[in-house]
Ligand binder design. Structure first.
Ligand code: FAD
Ligand code: NAD
Length: 474
């Protein structure tokens, strides 16, 4: 006889653990199965995001920013600090403590909500049975009226540059280096390449990032990408676009990476190579052959608009399904699925999911880019405002970047907001709220924004849509 639950969740990342808590709040009997092993060899809840993703990367980004500011920002304030040093053991140790605090916190939340955690690898069998293989190899079974698959994603491996954990590393490796590499190579100028490349660049590594595409940060608005590229170059990040890596050789403790770019064949010699060319849905060992859950051509679990797999009582959420691979997207799917299971009206708006890249300057956007509006033939108006004219940004000595508001040319409804500059990871929330409430640039323009704050850039950009920004020529 197996234990019977209303809901069994496989995977305790931000998608799965949030689904479990919400389902428990709604009075359902919930179990979560997760196999992630922490640095201490024990179960570590929270998935990629808490263990080797969002949280540890932000911890290292913040520490490295403090160090970088000593030489790059504080002198402008009249403050000099000589012989500043980084103690890498403390730097990494602080990150580990934060990770432990948050992964442990999920355990406490489970306890408080009466969610039962199981440690091991879960496999969905026919009839919503879930087989659990614990770390010692012991097999048991539980079952759920509903099963939510939230198995997340893993880094894509390049066939010619397989992860070895020493020379060729993934995100987890780049979050745990024991010394600052003299030279760090990165394949992929995406979110991970830029964030983790920035961390080690700020600590003194000579960082070269190779990007296969002809455009830098093609997912972002073109103006944002242009401003960011200029700032990253000033910080010493060497980003090479149109660079196609083809071969890696490890010789004399060095990584020799062959690639071609506009100048022909090149070889980059580095001490460590971070491969960050995207992630893929992780479903290895998750599904018995006869359960009927389908995977698409990219290996993602196929779901409908309600995250249902088409198999009775089986749902899937987070990085393992279509849509952006973002923690908050997975969490919102988790909440919605729990509510649908409980017979309530779950809801997710995929059009207003914010993106944030935690570099310096920060990059954030929500909604459509100008290129997407052009392609869709949607008429639009543009308002921009630079942080150089924002008193608070100048006072902080961080007056780089701009806010851009895109509004429908006829209805004035806000269709996209694109930001690069100080604190935009927080400012983007105002844009999301406006778009979610179907607000117009006029709505934003009529809202009182505190002075002097960075949020005035959003206000002025909204005014600029109608050519009436106050603190710049229109
Ligand atoms: P995951 O977090 O991957 O969790 C899945 C869990 O399921 C894991 O614990 C895994 O061990 C477990 N699992 C898988 N299969 C099984 C099985 N068969 N049995 C038992 N357990 C199983 N996103 C943001 O929104 N903001 C950020 O700042 C951000 N920064 C990031 C930085 C880095 C370096 C990386 C790598 C990612 C970052 N992300 C960020 C992306 C974010 O981490 C993912 O979108 C998010 O973790 C996806 O959540 P998930 O619950 O779907 O999957
Ligand atoms: P990514 O998709 O953001 O970037 C990968 C980059 O690598 C792209 O620019 C792509 O063109 C390039 N690329 C692909 N193959 C290549 C090759 N052979 N040679 C050179 N370049 C190549 O992927 P990522 O940086 O690995 O991150 C994975 C995902 O994790 C992100 O897409 C995002 O969803 C999530 N993430 C989010 C955050 C955040 O929200 N701040 C931070 C980190 C990761």
């Amino acid at each position: 006889m197996s234990d019977k639950f209303d809901v069994v969740v496989i995977g305790a990342g931000p998608a799965g653990y949030v689904a479990a808590i919400r389902a428990a709040q709604l009075g359902l009997k919930v179990a979560v199965v997760d196999a992630f092993v922490g640095k201490d060899g024990k179960q570590a809840l929270g998935g990629t995001c808490l263990n080797v993703g969002c949280i540890p990367s932000k911890a290292l980004l913040d520490s490295s920013k403090q160090f970088f500011n000593l030489s790059h920002n504080l002198p402008a304030h009249g403050i000099t600090v000589e012989n500043a040093k980084v103690d890498l053991a403390t730097f990494i140790g602080r990150k580990d403590k934060i990770v432990k605090q948050f992964t442990g916190g999920i355990g406490q939340l489970f306890k408080a909500n009466k969610v039962t955690p199981f440690f091991g690898k879960g496999k969905l069998l026919k009839g919503n049975q879930v087989e659990i293989t614990d770390p010692e190899g012991k097999v048991s079974q539980i079952s759920g009226t509903n099963v939510i698959l939230a198995s997340g994603s893993v880094p894509i491996e390049l066939p010619f540059a397989k992860f070895d954990g020493t020379y060729i590393i993934d995100n987890a490796g780049a979050l745990d280096l024991t010394e600052v590499p003299k030279r760090l190579g990165v394949i992929g100028a995406g979110v991970i390449g830029l964030e983790l490349g920035s961390v080690w660049n700020r600590l003194g590594a000579d960082v070269t990032v190779l990007e296969a595409l002809p455009a830098f940060l093609a997912v972002a608005d073109a103006d944002v990408a242009k401003i960011a590229a200029k700032e990253f170059a000033k910080q010493g990040l060497k980003i090479k676009i149109n660079a196609k890596a083809s071969q890696v050789e490890i010789k004399d403790n060095e990584v020799h990476l062959s690639y071609t770019d506009k100048d022909g064949e090149q070889v980059l010699v580095v001490d460590k190579l971070l491969v960050a060319v995207g992630r893929r849905a992780y479903t290895e060992g998750l599904l018995a052959d006869d359960v009927g859950v389908k995977l698409d051509e990219r290996g993602r679990i196929v779901v409908d608009d309600h995250n249902h797999t088409g198999v009775d009582g089986v749902w899937a959420i987070g990085d393992a399904v279509r849509g952006p691979m973002l923690a908050h997207k997975g969490s919102e799917e988790g909440v919605a699925v729990a509510e649908w299971i409980a017979g309530k009206a779950g809801h997710i708006d995929f059009d207003t999911i914010p993106w944030v890249i935690y570099t310096e300057p920060e990059i954030a956007w929500a909604g459509k880019t100008e290129a997407q509006l052009k392609e869709a033939g949607i008429p639009y108006k543009v308002g921009t405002f630079p942080f150089a004219a924002i008193g608070r940004a100048v006072a902080m000595n961080e007056a780089v970047g701009q806010v851009k508001v895109l509004a429908h040319a006829e209805t004035d409804r806000v269709l996209g907001v694109h930001m690069v500059g100080p604190g935009v990871s927080e400012l983007i929330a105002e844009a999301v709220v406006t778009m979610e409430f179907k607000g117009s640039s006029e709505d934003l323009a009529r809202i009182v924004h505190a002075h002097p704050t960075l949020s005035e850039a959003v206000h002025e950009a909204a005014l600029a849509v109608d050519k009436r920004a106050i603190h710049k020529g229109n």
